[in-house]
Design a binder for this molecule. Structure first.
Ligand SMILES: [Zn+2]
Length: 350
């Protein structure tokens, strides 16, 4: 989660002379299909009502949580992570970025001069440490973490403009073109959309999750919506589909960024239900809630506290997610339409 409005155009610098690669057309089609889903999502306006059904968690669940930035895993699924582990399941978290592009927070940390690449790298390292500490709270060492270290604020650009291109993006904050962190899962990757999609595909095929938890595709933060598209495109990767054919995973989404949401809890802190925004496009998706008990809520709060940089930058916003309910929408990935239907798709409305 990151409230800074660093959008793709700022976060990545242009690379003159790039030309599109021809080899990634299938992957590009998958990405386009995922984007098409977003178009449908944006065009289908309907109110979300209150939810009542509980999220089902099977014994021995294998859960993969996709987090665009460190802290999204706890905000969106801090209770779910605990519950899956408590039921004998296993949890793997993949952080797409290290959250190293938060210009506003850096400007406050290094007053009097513009932050430079080494400041952003230091900030990213700190956020990785915080993520590890939060997962330690949630899982007592049982959660497997992979930080891919793609450019914070640049995922939308990787998805829309640069997928399959021959040269990688350069992060406008860290000035790197590949994951710079020693703890990154694979430092041979470079900042190309195809590399991110393949990295996610490898993790999916390796983990064979029964439950995949990703950002809501309608989330208003471009890293979140793009992260959802990359995850959905990876789920439609033919190799991943083969690996998961015997037991296709359920896909649940979590929302973090929506205008005016979450609203502050009324009454006893943490006790209020947690409804999705009334104006979130419904698209017929099933809504499921996980109700946290007092101890799970306390541990979620404790894990969120480990994200110290974010607490300092926007503690009150993080606190809005300390609720008894975690709300998810279930996606049917087979409803991501093949590219040919793009011609018949309604236009995007926003
Ligand atoms: Zn985020």
């Amino acid at each position: 989660m990151r409230r800074a409005r660093i959008f793709a155009s700022e976060a990545t610098s242009p690379r003159p002379g790039e030309d599109g690669a021809r080899s990634g057309s299938r992957s590009l089609r998958a990405l386009a299909a995922a984007l098409l889903w977003l178009g449908f999502a944006a065009s289908a306006a309907a109110a979300e009502g209150l939810h009542s059904e509980s999220l089902r968690i099977d014994p021995g669940e294998r859960m993969l949580v996709v987090a665009p930035h460190p802290d999204d895993e706890t905000l969106g699924a801090g209770g779910l992570i605990q519950r899956v582990l408590a039921r004998g399941g296993r949890v793997r978290v993949v952080a797409l970025t290290a959250g190293d592009g938060y210009r506003e927070a850096l400007a406050r940390l290094v007053p009097g001069r513009p932050p430079g690449p080494s400041d952003f790298l230091h900030y990213g390292s700190k956020r990785i440490d915080e993520l590890e500490a939060a997962l330690e709270v949630l899982g007592d060492g049982r959660i497997r973490l992979e930080v891919l270290g793609f450019p914070d604020g640049g995922l939308q650009a990787l998805l829309v403009d640069r997928s399959g291109r021959s040269l990688p993006l350069r992060s406008a904050t860290t000035a790197t073109e590949s994951p710079p962190y020693p703890d990154a899962a694979d430092r041979t990757l470079s900042y190309r959309g195809e590399d991110l999609r393949r990295a996610l595909s490898r993790i999916l095929a390796d983990e064979r999750p029964t439950l995949v938890v990703i950002p809501d595709p309608a989330d208003r933060h471009p890293d979140h919506s793009a992260g959802a598209s990359f995850a959905l495109a990876s789920l439609r990767d033919p190799e991943v589909e083969r690996a998961l054919r015997a037991h296709p995973p359920r896909v649940a989404t979590y929302l973090i960024h929506w205008p005016g949401w979450p609203t502050p809890a009324a009454g006893t802190a943490g006790a209020a239900p947690f409804a999705l925004p009334a104006d979130l496009p419904a698209r017929g998706l099933a809504i499921r809630t996980l109700w946290l008990d007092a101890s799970e809520l306390e541990r979620k709060r404790d894990a969120l506290a480990r994200h110290d940089t974010q607490q300092r930058a926007m503690g009150p916003f993080l606190a809005l997610f300390e609720r008894r309910g975690e709300v998810f929408r279930l996606l049917d990935t087979t409803r991501i339409d093949p590219p040919r239907t793009a011609r018949h798709a309604p236009p995007r409305t926003k």
